[in-house]
Write a protein that binds this ligand. Structure first.
Ligand code: 5GP
Ligand code: MN
Length: 334
């Protein structure tokens, strides 16, 4: 982060302020971990922070300290709008473009308070007065840790903040496996554990918290999987009917996409999930190595993300979407 920006932010934070902190729509472990870590840090520094999520977060994140204070814009639009209009400073975390908050974009676009973006996605938009954007980081949470150090506030790190940061690093790194996991990531993680982050408890809360029906849904997704061996690609799909028949709740499909890469020789995979309410097929892409799914998602499915993990959407039927994907895959040279 630029020295001048750090100085300017220090000045902004020198007096108590009303501050809104915003994760992307469909908040994941990194989005919730980073916003709540920052929330606890700002609270400790006598500010009045509020985390406002565009829509609800999954149940497997509901144990995060402070999650009970998170406002949901979609459910509580009027109050959230007031809080946003009264905010003197706005942090947007773990996303690079305002449209990633969905309908809330229109409200954010009208605000006059300065924005601070902290994010690790490619091609950040320029809506923020201060932008800390760096794609070399595996998670926004790791950047929040640095951000607190930039502000010379290391002594403020405590068990609560460490727990939130640990969660985002863990989830966005695929449990410390993805390529952006560095020695420095592990040094930070070691410190978080020393601060009290429960490193054996947190993964249980996040990953060993499934319902029986969620496991059955996973089974269905695995059965639906198709493999294009010669193109090193696999994909699976879940229709709204399938989701309904396994009593789907938000969060149940989290992580399923990764199974597609666990097949020997497969380096590109996708999951297509129908959302009847939003009239879209939501897509997640994953890859191993040099195949750039961010570019693939941008080029073909109105999305984006990172080189090895991206998302997108389709507004045509599941059948047409899968046909389009298969046609693209059979032309791929990977
Ligand atoms: P996931 O597949 O886990 O939802 O998302 C993987 C990565 O791609 C995340 O970094 C997420 O922020 C990004 N991503 C997911 N969906 C979209 C999308 O529709 N548009 C863009 N630009 N990025 C997305
Ligand atoms: Mn992230």
């Amino acid at each position: 982060m630029k020295i001048q920006d750090i100085q300017a932010i220090k000045l902004l934070l020198a007096s108590p302020k009303k501050i809104a902190i915003i994760p992307h729509r469909g908040p994941d472990g990194d989005a919730m971990g980073s916003t709540l870590a920052l929330y606890h840090f700002l609270l400790k520094n006598n500010h009045q922070p509020t985390v406002i999520a565009p829509n609800d977060f999954p149940d497997f994140l509901a144990w995060l300290p402070g999650s009970e204070t998170v406002r949901i814009f979609e459910k509580d639009t009027e109050n959230c709008t007031t809080i946003l209009q009264e905010a003197e400073l706005i942090f947007t975390l773990d996303f690079n473009a305002l449209h990633r908050v969905g309908d809330m974009e229109h409200t954010l676009a009208k605000l006059t308070a300065p924005f601070i973006m902290i994010d690790h996605h490619q091609k950040p938009d320029d809506y923020a007065a201060y932008t800390y954007s760096d794609t070399s980081f595996g998670s926004t949470c790791e950047m929040i840790y640095n951000f607190i150090l930039f502000l010379d506030k290391k002594e403020d790190l405590d068990k609560t903040i460490a727990t939130c940061i640990y969660t985002g690093i863990l989830t966005d790194s695929g449990s410390f496996r993805f390529p952006k996991t560095t020695g420095n990531t592990h040094r930070i993680v070691a410190e978080l554990i020393d601060l009290g982050a429960e490193n054996t408890e947190i993964p249980v809360l996040l990953f060993d918290n499934s319902s029986y029906s969620r496991l059955q849904l996973l089974g269905r997704a695995l059965q639906n999987m198709k493999v294009f061996k010669e193109h090193k690609t696999s994909y699976t799909s879940l229709t709204q009917n399938e989701l309904d028949s396994f009593d789907y709740v938000k969060g149940d499909t989290e992580g399923i996409v990764n199974y597609g890469l666990s097949i020997k020789g497969i380096i590109f995979t996708a999951i297509f999930i129908e959302n009847k309410d939003e009239k879209i097929i939501k897509i997640s892409f994953r890859s191993q190595g040099g195949f750039d799914v961010n570019q693939f998602a941008r080029d073909h499915f109105n999305g984006g993300g990172h080189i090895n993990a991206a998302g997108g959407k389709s507004e045509v039927s599941m059948e047409e979407t899968l046909k389009k994907f298969e046609d693209l895959v059979t032309k791929l040279k990977i």
